[in-house]
Design a protein around this ligand. Structure first.
Ligand code: GDP
Ligand code: GDP
Length: 495
């Protein structure tokens, strides 16, 4: 593929927002250059800027700064409500054009200004487009009341990242989040590409993948290195067997088409793009007879057991059936057990193209209690979205292995505490002493405090979110514990 073609085929990420919220500063940060000139003076005319964001071993994407707000429009925005209208129209027109070609939209707002009516207006417009939107709250520079600052933005209902473009806070976290959103959208052509690579390569499960060869584990039976072990979980007929087939290719189909055929659970190896995978315990690989009561007979316990043999679990949900109570229960269980997992919305081919974004949003809303879990559309039948599933699974495995050096832990603690002080509870503000990482699977962080009971739940959630951002743990499960330093077991989970 020539460079030109490649650029044309790269996904586009659009920075959108009012003037002066910091879009070009963010743009510069993300493309790691000073190409876009940041203007201190409001009202400087600017054209639309484009740059490529690369990362080692990562798929590049094109970043678009919608910039070009006209001088008149910009000034009138500063001047007052009457002018606002003209400027609004200007941005909305641009928004429409840019959004149409964007894979992911970053709505940039100014955390210090708070939520303005125009932000809301723009948000409503973006929501209607059905595109994945990430709300980027900029200028969160280290002020105390970050939680309060962010609260009103949460009301917009988009996933939210607090950053400081100027100081570079959390810009890497933002980049990760953008990539995750990019890989979570249905890559219509991704599956195809994979198909070619898979041809002919028989499973060689013991060959190292080159990326997983870190140090020895922490007592779990799962090997750290070697093939990425995957477990497919989900209700009968969700499409687990079909997915395994789609992954391994027709020629290695191990499913019997005869109804009711049973088969002991087997491990199915897969080699893709030089990486090795194993689908463990693919008991679902027998063709079940289509009896309706299979739903009742589906045993949650035995399937959960398989998840302990895998690095990453794929929970397969039939997109056409909505989120059933049983699916939801499974998500809750996996979340509680801190199982590294992603959700596959299978059978997307049966969902009209126009309805897909809304469907995904609906699932995301219902599963908002575990917002770190990626929801990935796919179609086993059309072999679509499969590459993204493997990529995301690989990423989750890597995130599970994150080990943060002590120095960095303490700097991180200082930073999150400085950005937003712990609120006073019963007239006392809790004191934080230090932060350690306890085990690495899943990453577990322990804050030592004088009195864990005095740390508000909302603050604990803030801590988890901040650590996720700082340490690049976007999709893996994570534990944040608070431990009182005066002996009493004041341990508290992050739920
Ligand atoms: P744009 O019009 O949205 O592209 O905004 P700019 O990137 O030009 O930024 C507008 C102003 O906000 C400039 O003076 C920047 O230096 C400032 N700015 C950008 N990011 C931050 C930030 O994170 N914190 C603070 N305090 N100022 C910022
Ligand atoms: P399992 O019980 O979870 O292993 O589900 P199966 O793989 O046996 O699939 C159940 C039914 O759904 C079968 O009739 C499949 O052909 C069908 N199916 C699976 N995946 C897809 C898909 O992506 N699209 C469509 N249209 N049908 C699918």
């Amino acid at each position: 593929m020539s460079a030109v073609n490649l650029a044309a085929s790269l996904p586009r990420v659009i920075l959108m927002g009012r003037p002066n919220v910091g879009k070009s500063t963010l743009f510069n940060r993300l493309i790691r250059s000073r190409r876009a000139i940041t203007h201190d003076r409001p009202g400087v005319t600017r054209d639309r800027m484009e740059g490529t964001v690369r990362g080692r071993g990562k798929v590049p994407f094109i970043l678009v700064d919608t910039g070009g707000v006209t001088m008149d429009g910009h000034e009138s925005a500063v001047e007052g409500p009457r002018g606002l209208r003209g400027f609004e129209e200007d941005i909305l027109r641009q928004a429409k054009e840019a959004v149409a070609e964007g894979a992911v939209i970053c709505l940039v707002v100014d955390g210090r200004d708070g939520l303005t009516p125009f932000d809301e207006h723009l948000a409503a417009h973006l929501r209607r487009t059905g595109k994945p939107v990430l709300l980027v709250v900029n200028k969160v520079d280290g002020m105390e009341r970050e939680d309060m600052m962010l609260a009103e933005f949460h009301a917009l209902g988009f996933p939210l990242m607090a950053v400081s473009a100027e100081h570079g806070h959390n810009v890497r976290g933002l980049e990760e989040e953008i990539r995750a959103l990019l890989s979570a959208r249905a890559p219509e052509d991704g599956g195809r590409e994979e198909e070619d690579d898979a041809a002919g390569s028989a499973g060689r499960p013991d060959e190292g993948t080159g990326d997983g060869a870190e140090d020895a584990g922490d007592g779990t039976e799962l090997p750290d290195g070697g093939p990425l072990r995957l477990c497919l979980l989900g209700r009968p007929n969700a499409g687990k067997s079909s997915l395994v087939n789609a992954f391994v290719g027709r020629e290695r189909m191990i499913v019997s088409d005869e109804a009711g055929t049973t088969r002991d659970s087997v491990d199915v190896p897969l080699e893709r793009k030089g990486r090795s995978y194993v689908f463990v315990d693919t008991a679902g690989v027998r063709r079940r007879s289509r009896i309706t009561d299979t739903v009742e007979r589906f045993s949650v316990n035995s399937s959960l057991k398989s998840t302990t043999k895998a690095h990453v679990t794929m929970l397969v949900i039939d997109a056409t059936g909505g989120l059933t109570a049983q699916d939801k229960r499974l998500v809750e269980l996996l979340d509680e057990r801190k199982t590294p997992f992603l959700i596959v919305l299978n059978k997307m081919d049966l969902v009209p193209v126009k309805a897909r974004a809304a469907l995904k949003r609906q699932f995301a809303e219902e599963l908002s209690f575990c917002s770190h879990v990626p929801i990935m559309p796919a179609s086993a039948r059309r072999a679509e979205g499969l590459a993204a599933l493997l990529e995301m699974a690989g990423r989750i495995r890597e995130e599970c292995a994150v080990r943060v050096p002590t120095g960095q832990l303490n700097r991180a603690m200082d930073e999150v505490l400085a950005r937003h002080q712990a609120p006073v509870v019963r007239r006392v503000r809790p004191k934080f002493f230090y932060l350690t990482q306890a085990e690495s699977r899943p990453p577990t962080f322990v804050f030592f405090v004088n009195d864990a009971e005095r740390v508000a739940d909302s603050y604990a959630r803030y801590l988890e979110k901040s650590l996720r951002g700082l340490f690049g743990i976007a999709h893996a499960p994570m534990r944040v514990r608070l431990r009182s330093s005066h002996g009493r077991k004041g341990e508290r989970k992050d739920e």
